[in-house]
Design a protein around this ligand. Sequence first.
Ligand SMILES: [Zn+2]
Ligand SMILES: [Zn+2]
Length: 145
Amino acid sequence: MTITGGCRCGAVRYELAIDAVPPAYACHCLQCQTWSGSAFSEQLLLREDQVSVTGPVVRYDLTTEDRTSQQRMCGICHTRLYNTNTRRPGIAVIRAGTLDDSHLIDVAAHIWVKRKQPWLALPEGAQAWPESAPPAELAAALGLG
Ligand SMILES: [Zn+2]
Ligand SMILES: [Zn+2]
């Protein structure tokens, strides 16, 4: 099985070297709301070498404090597809809604729920943190390492 996705206009396509869609997490922080124009961002964590991209990708680097977030997007329609971050080298954060099979996504963890929009009720027993989760706890919630 190959997991595929891409941008809105179709110029950029990607393949993920994984057998099934892994659990995702939702980030409800204000930056993710601003960047997605939605209530939260939905993300998958993969190794960068598991991501193969074709098409006119452009990169936007946003440096805050001690880190640089390196955002990859379609150079034509500007859909944001994934990012890397200098604080976590080798890890790709996929914008999960860009998967072709986004209906298969299971959101297993929620972070920054103190900024969650009030109309949104999380499922009973959902794993959630008021701000960012400690990396080891988030990895465990997503069934990684
Ligand atoms: Zn595009
Ligand atoms: Zn966020």
